[in-house]
Design a protein around this ligand. Structure first.
Ligand code: ZN
Length: 78
């Protein structure tokens, strides 16, 4: 019951893949164009964690970014 077989949906192609084989990526959004108050702008900025399948992650170059940040995802290659 620890979610080892959890399926996640690829944000790019909507394919469902095991979380262990998906690549997580933090997307940032902001909706502050109409706001002038700094506090309001901050409240309208958020990030969302999304998942990509292996092929989409490769296509988008996320693996390269990940490798630059940390190598924790590298051991999944095979
Ligand atoms: Zn995909």
């Amino acid at each position: 019951m620890r979610g080892s077989d959890t399926l996640v949906t690829c944000d790019q192609c909507s394919r469902r893949v095991p979380r262990t084989k998906a690549v997580d990526f933090e997307k940032r959004f902001s909706y502050g164009t109409e706001l002038h108050n700094e506090n309001d702008v901050k409240s309208m900025m958020f990030s969302r964690k999304v998942y990509y399948c292996i092929s989409c992650a490769k296509h988008r170059g996320i693996f390269e970014k990940k490798k630059q940040q940390a190598e924790r995802a590298a051991h999944r290659f095979d």
